[in-house]
Design a protein around this ligand. Structure first.
Ligand SMILES: CC(C)(COP(=O)(O)OP(=O)(O)OC[C@H]1O[C@@H](n2cnc3c(N)ncnc32)[C@H](O)[C@@H]1OP(=O)(O)O)[C@@H](O)C(=O)NCCC(=O)NCCS
Length: 178
């Protein structure tokens, strides 16, 4: 069982009772503003997504962690790793870090705390050579997390489906340990 504890968070695999709180997060337009075309997801979409995320864990040995607050047991959202198939120019070996927290959990440093633990898991525990992040230009909250992780800008590109500008940041183990 893959679990990580940080000072305030438990990063873990998904449970059945995560569906309702994750669906609430996915239904919030404020949360989804910078994700794909900004459209919200419903309960069925979220159930399918959680099923897919769990399959990715089984297939890849990494995936998206459910992020739980240690103090209350509430589901705050996710951080984790996935293969960014939608951007083939990055090559088949690319692994991206991403995050999504309910808006009531923003502004308390949870995003960076969960992302830092995820990055350590990727580079040290799983032995990945490098981790990238893909963010939409304008998503300042994500860029703030990216900066705190020490990731550097590798390229600017365009979303192949939606056409909006994207930034790709990267970090490898040497840079991470520096
Ligand atoms: C991106 C996202 C995860 C950021 O989450 P977050 O928890 O608010 O981000 P941070 O961890 O950077 O914390 C933000 C602020 O909390 C504040 N904070 C409050 N208490 C804190 C604490 N104990 N420790 C650290 N920071 C704290 C800080 O001011 C910090 O900002 P600063 O680093 O500029 O000082 C969140 O906005 C989100 O889920 N967005 C929607 C989903 C999304 O767009 N995902 C990206 C698609 S790729």
């Amino acid at each position: 069982m893959t679990e990580i504890r940080t000072p305030r968070l438990l990063l873990r695999r998904w449970h059945d009772d995560d569906l309702a709180p994750m669906a609430d997060i996915n239904a919030d337009p404020q949360v989804m503003r910078w994700i794909d075309d900004g459209s919200v997801r419903d309960l069925d979409d979220t159930a399918e997504a959680i099923e897919r995320w769990e399959e990715e864990w089984d297939e890849e040995g990494f995936g998206l962690f459910a992020v739980e607050l240690l103090a209350s047991g509430e589901l705050a959202g996710f951080t984790g790793l996935s293969v960014p198939d939608f951007l083939p120019e990055l090559g088949p070996a690319a692994v991206a870090i991403s995050w999504r927290l309910g808006s009531q959990f923003w502004g308390q440093g949870y995003g960076a705390e969960a992302a830092q633990a995820t990055l350590e898991f990727a580079l040290q525990d799983r032995g990945l050579d490098r981790v990238i992040s893909i963010s939409r230009v304008g998503d300042d909250a994500s860029e703030n997390v990216i900066r705190k992780l020490g990731m550097v800008l590798e390229r600017e590109t365009t979303h192949p489906v939606y056409g909006f500008p994207l930034r790709v940041h990267t970090i490898d183990l040497t840079e991470y340990q520096a």
